[in-house]
Design a protein around this ligand. Sequence first.
Ligand SMILES: Nc1ncnc2c1ncn2[C@@H]1O[C@H](COP(=O)(O)OP(=O)(O)OP(=O)(O)O)[C@@H](O)[C@H]1O
Ligand SMILES: [Mg+2]
Length: 342
Amino acid sequence: MVDFKGPRMCPQGVTDARPAVVETSGLTKAYGSHVALDGLDLRIEAGATGLLGANGAGKSTLLKTLLGLVQVSAGEGKVLGFDIRTDGPSIRQRIGYMPEYEALDPRMDGIHQVRYAGELLGMNPTVAMGRAHQALEYVGLGEQRYRPISSYSTGMRQATKLACAIIHDPELIIADEPSNGLDAASRDFMLQTLDTTVRNGQRSVLMASHLMDDVEQVCERIVLLHKGRLVAQGRIEDLKAIDREYEVHVWGAADAMATGLADRGLHVRREGRVMRVAQERDGIPTEILEVAAETGAQVRRLHMYEASLEDLFIAIMERLGHDVKSSDDLYANAPKGGAGPA
Ligand SMILES: Nc1ncnc2c1ncn2[C@@H]1O[C@H](COP(=O)(O)OP(=O)(O)OP(=O)(O)O)[C@@H](O)[C@H]1O
Ligand SMILES: [Mg+2]
């Protein structure tokens, strides 16, 4: 947890009534000399958790490791109480996995593809067929179930992958970039379906995504990886609390105001006439008004800023030494190489 040690950033020691669906300790995966996962200590509770990180951060590797599909190099982990090193088949029977890449046979129709997924999990063909109808109905493909997958849109393919993942009504769904390539309507439907599965179905979802909005829409918690290392985990609301900011809109003398605030040792992020000042100590609003008076800036609005997950992500990346204006920035310039000094 580079720069983020301490209970506020990493509330791992906090006891919570909810059971853990995933727990790892020192989990490490190296591909040759490349360390893709570096000593991860994770505790993922029941509910919806977003797995965030730039390209190459290790998200897919972690998911595959939890499924027992990728052998760990060191450390240990449990999924629903099963050991990821030895109980891969038991884990895969109990969780639903929606992989990142195309996993469908274009020659099959939807219903047979989903039935096949059930059969692979050990269901008899009749039960699998019955469940396939239900699963396809659930993901909004009831009417298209007899069409060949080759004629499906990306949204329909993603929905079919989800149907395959939930055919056995798993306790935990692991979804790798579930809204990848989807248009706004399909994306919304996918996220709503995952959300309903958690809220009404009492199931857990662990979804890797590089889209902050997606994660914020579905998940209460996040795990954030950076170059194979864990940099933050916990409830989004708790994590946001570490970086509270006041937002001040000024008119005139904005440059002098920003300088004046910085001269007092305050951390200021500025976009034109809007400045956000970190709540690093008590009495910040008074100081803002004092600096405004000193510099002749007119304060038009002053309030506590409602941070988004995107803001939290940027704040964490800044602390890790990355000057990013948005998460897209980081994805466009994904950090090269594996774990190493951040
Ligand atoms: N089979 C493999 N052999 C060698 N290196 C690998 C393999 N799979 C992944 N890696 C490397 O491990 C690192 C983590 O990859 P991973 O796919 O887990 O990242 P990710 O966070 O899922 O990225 P993305 O956002 O692009 O999906 C990357 O540097 C990647 O190149
Ligand atoms: Mg990935």
